[in-house]
Design a binder for this molecule. Structure first.
Ligand code: 13P
Length: 253
């Protein structure tokens, strides 16, 4: 376990109705060991962020994140949601560059860079996702791919601007498949990511940066993954939809 911040974020993806979302939050509240030192984030669909914040009232141990934001500031972009809108409802985090958005919505590095800029301008913490597909791992091009994903999006920023940045390493082949990266594979990539960040910025910044693992993380494997020196927590999909599982992952440090 590392000396860095510990973070568990639930990415609910396109799941739940409003009442199911509020039930899930209630389930998390009743299962949560409030002595946990981990930062807890839930990222529901846009529509549920405001209602969940209202529902939580003054209980501030659970923070809210969005799953995406627009690369534009405001204006005629029908269907889009801006970082400023998210900030205005007290949303604190935003997932940027999830592989599902890269793959199904063709999000490009140029767009991701703009999205991160919009997030930072509005004081949101970006959870920037990177990770390779299975064929890239098989070809042994996964390190180059992850290096490019990071460099192409982050190199134009200064370390000072990226103080709120969180990186999530999510190998595409592990997402929703039940196949998790081994702790050795996760640790190896997290060290590599920290190295890239150190080369792009500086050692101090790289040492402090939280890097989360995502991809079929569950209560059975979380402890081993989180025990790796460079794994600072998880970005959880399926298991974040079950209050018990999510809370037991939070308790896995
Ligand atoms: P699963 O935990 O369902 O594999 O999803 C991971 C993920 O995509 C989180 O962003």
């Amino acid at each position: 376990m590392s000396f860095r911040r510990k973070i568990v974020a639930g990415n609910w993806k396109m799941n739940n109705s409003l009442s199911e979302a509020l039930n899930l939050i209630d389930g998390i509240l009743s299962n949560l060991d409030t002595r946990t030192t981990a930062e807890i984030i839930v990222c529901p669909a846009y529509t549920f962020i405001g209602p969940i914040i209202n529902h939580l009232k003054d209980f501030n141990r659970i923070k809210l994140g969005a799953q995406n934001c627009s690369e534009h500031v405001s204006g005629a972009y029908t269907g889009e949601v801006s970082a400023q809108m998210l900030k205005s409802i007290e949303c604190d985090y935003v997932i940027i560059g999830h592989s599902e958005r890269r793959i199904y919505f063709n999000e490009t590095n140029t767009q991701l860079k703009e999205k991160i800029k919009r997030a930072l301008e509005n004081g949101l913490a970006p959870i920037f996702c990177v990770g390779e597909k299975m064929e890239e791992r098989k070809n042994r091009t996964h390190f180059n791919l992850v290096r490019d994903q990071i460099k192409n999006v982050l190199s134009s920023f200064k370390a000072k601007e990226l103080e709120k940045l969180i990186i999530a390493y999510e190998p595409v082949w592990a997402i929703g498949t039940g196949v998790t990266a081994t702790s050795a594979e996760a640790q190896e990539m997290h060290v590599f990511i920290r190295q890239i960040i150190s080369e792009l910025f500086d050692q101090e910044f790289a040492r402090e940066l939280p890097i989360l693992y995502g991809g079929s993380c569950n209560p059975q494997n979380a402890k081993e993954l989180f025990s790796c020196d460079d794994v600072d927590g998880g970005l959880i999909g399926g298991a974040s939809l079950k209050a018990n599982d999510f809370c037991s992952i939070i308790q896995s440090f």
